[in-house]
Write a protein that binds this ligand. Structure first.
Ligand code: FMN
Length: 192
């Protein structure tokens, strides 16, 4: 798969098989994340890769609370589509049964750069991860639901107390699901 094919065919996947991801593949994917560009080469990311049943249970205990907290917002957002509320909360609660889940933090040092530059750098690393995984036929979903639910600090204290803010969660795993590409908006660029 070349880069363009990976970009065009990657989808957010929310159900996974229990097939494990090899350590070699996982390390390779994380290394690709660390190859991302970053503001003044700060490389302001830190990843915790959760993959044992014990650690996944700890994570899912918090994700259950995230799911509960988001129900009212989801119900008003998707009032005409209760099935979306059901699917989304089910995914958040158990992370789709993904065998690996990455917690993505920003590194702790005092940065001279703006929060915006740090966030862009971490986002670049996450996108590298999604594409490097997909090249290995490993699907993913990038989530900020724990932040929306105000549970990010709880996850930071539980999994990476020495590091900075939680920026995102990324599920990784094999799947048989083939989600349709959500429609892309027109007119999002101009050639001048
Ligand atoms: C910053 C960010 C946050 C996201 N948060 C969530 C989330 O909390 N839950 C979820 O199910 N998907 C989440 N997504 C996935 C988007 O819903 C998905 O990327 C979008 O619908 C387009 O679908 P595609 O990834 O298959 O192209 C997030 C994506 C991004 C980039």
């Amino acid at each position: 798969m070349n880069v363009k094919e990976a970009i065009k065919t990657r989808r957010s996947v929310r159900t996974y098989s229990d097939t494990p991801i090899s350590e070699e593949d996982l390390v390779d994917i994380l290394e690709c994340g660390c190859c991302a560009p970053s503001a003044v080469n700060l490389q302001p990311w830190f990843f915790v890769a959760i993959r044992t049943p014990e650690q996944m249970k700890r994570l899912c205990a918090v994700m259950g609370q995230v799911s509960e907290k988001l129900i009212p917002t989801l119900e008003s957002q998707f009032s005409k589509h209760p099935e979306v509320v059901q699917e989304t909360t089910a995914f958040i609660r158990k992370l789709g049964g993904a065998p690996v889940c990455l917690l993505v933090f920003q590194e702790k040092p005092e940065y001279t750069k703006t929060a915006n530059s740090i966030a862009q750098s971490v986002a670049a690393a996450i996108e590298n991860i999604l594409l490097a995984a997909w090249e290995k036929n490993i699907a993913s979903c990038w989530l900020t639901a724990p932040l929306e639910a105000g549970m990010d600090e709880k996850l930071r204290r539980a999994f990476a107390p020495e590091h900075g803010a939680l920026m995102a969660v990324v599920t990784l795993g094999y799947t048989t699901a083939e989600p349709k590409a959500p429609r892309r908006k027109e007119g999002r660029y101009v050639l001048v």
